[in-house]
Write a protein that binds this ligand. Structure first.
Ligand code: CTP
Length: 399
């Protein structure tokens, strides 16, 4: 669920700062991208080197490093969430009052994303009316305050004020992203893989599609809380999550029947399969023997499934197609977008090294109805899939 999410982690000068190391580990393990901003005093509690190593990113502490200005505005806009863990009493007060004397507060004031605060302090400090008033003020700004734990405190006393455990913070973030997801509870159908068109009982016509892109899309939708059905041609991979319902098909005809059956139940449908455009007119009952020098197989066009779906699509359904082009990419993709009545089309170019069939990576360009486009540059098919979801969710009817 946190895969591809951009998390700004703010760390302040509390003994609980050591827990931030585990938090960074858990976030990156879940596939989140993490950028750490530390207050100067937090360096006494946790090493920036450890945090930059685990987050795979430089750690931000000062407004500038040598001659480079650390652009907190850009950082604030970059994040999908700002998590401040641990948050000291002093940082709470600065946040509540806009006292911008360090890079973390500047980032907080610039951030447009949701903010999660994990306070950490001694019980008396936590319960003090000034701290409680600051927390109330921060809540009124729309910030989320994570519940503090009760237990042994750094002072040696026992009570309320322990920072929420990293696992609890992860759970909270996951719940937040899930509940705010456009795709939660939506029925999404994805097609994937090639189709096989039988020539005789032992031979078929097919293509090089591995189904990886379609499966990655199905997984990304699933992780966003959608009910996902994957209509898959013959592929060697299976989705990682058992909750994805797979409907196996072989031929273009079978894929057509499955798509037409499922489409009425779909809120969104993504046609990532490489459906055969032609199929043998006649399937030989027996194996064709090699008696002649030349063998002619008559092929006939298959149904263009996407075109059919575009014709029956209702106003509250989202329909997304793929285009595989080797020339005149943009004009061909835009033509298909229009003719097939799609909400957007994702162009797969075979000209980009590392993109396309069989590869684990891809580069795509999404074309929208207004002919604007967005390119998602070369990355793993998993990252490309979650980026596609991020960019098409605004097209979902009613969003
Ligand atoms: N498609 C389909 N049914 C077919 C052929 C293609 O639903 N019989 C869908 C694909 O799944 C894809 C889109 O149509 O989402 C475009 O497929 P593509 O192969 O790029 O183009 P075609 O429409 O088949 O046209 P051409 O082969 O002439 O480029």
């Amino acid at each position: 669920m946190l895969k591809g999410k951009k998390i700004i982690l703010g760390i302040t000068g509390s003994i609980a700062a050591f827990k931030a190391i585990l938090l960074v580990r858990l976030l990156t393990k879940q596939g989140a991208e993490v950028r750490v901003v530390m207050t100067p005093s937090s360096r006494d509690f946790v090493s920036p080197l450890v945090l930059s190593t685990f987050s795979n990113n430089p750690v931000w502490i000062n407004f500038h490093d040598n001659d480079n200005w650390n652009n907190h505005v850009e950082l604030g806009l970059w994040g999908d969430a700002l998590v401040i863990a641990p948050t000291t009493c002093s940082t709470l007060s600065k946040m509540a009052n806009g006292q911008c004397d360090n890079l973390l507060i500047a980032t907080y004031l610039s951030a447009r994303c949701p903010v999660f605060i994990a306070p950490a302090m001694d019980e008396d400090m936590f319960k003090h009316p000034s701290t409680q008033a600051n927390l109330e003020k921060l809540k009124s700004f729309g910030n989320s305050i994570l519940t503090v734990g009760t237990g042994e405190l750094a002072s040696g006393l026992y009570g309320e004020g322990r920072m929420a455990e990293p696992e609890e913070i992860i759970e909270h973030l996951t719940g937040f992203f899930l509940s705010s997801s456009t795709w939660k509870g939506k029925t999404v159908i994805v097609t994937a893989g090639p189709t096989q068109e039988a020539i005789d009982p032992v031979r078929f016509i097919s293509n090089h599609s591995s189904g990886k892109m379609g499966v990655a899309l199905a997984e990304a939708f699933y992780l966003q809380g959608a009910d996902v059905k994957l209509i898959a041609g013959p592929i060697d991979i299976t989705p990682k999550y058992a909750g994805i319902q797979t409907i196996p098909v072989v031929s273009a005809k079978e894929m057509e029947l499955a798509c037409l059956k499922e489409f009425p139940t779909a809120d969104a449908m993504v046609m990532a399969a490489a459906v055969a455009d032609f199929t043998p007119k006649k399937v030989m009952e027996q194996k064709i023997k090699k008696k002649d020098e030349v063998l002619n197989i008559e092929l006939e066009k298959t149904t263009d499934i996407l075109y059919q779906l575009g014709k029956i699509k209702s106003a509250n359904q989202l329909l997304v197609g793929f285009a595989l082009e080797t020339e005149n990419e943009e004009s061909n993709a835009l033509k298909k977008l229009k003719e097939k009545n799609l909400d957007c089309i994702i162009l797969n170019s075979l000209q980009v090294p590392g993109a396309g069939f069989g590869s684990s990576t891809n580069e795509v360009t999404i074309y929208f109805k207004d002919e604007k486009s967005e390119t998602i540059s070369l990355n793993s098919k998993e990252v490309i899939a979650s980026e596609i979801l991020r960019r098409i969710e605004r097209l979902m009817p009613g969003s």
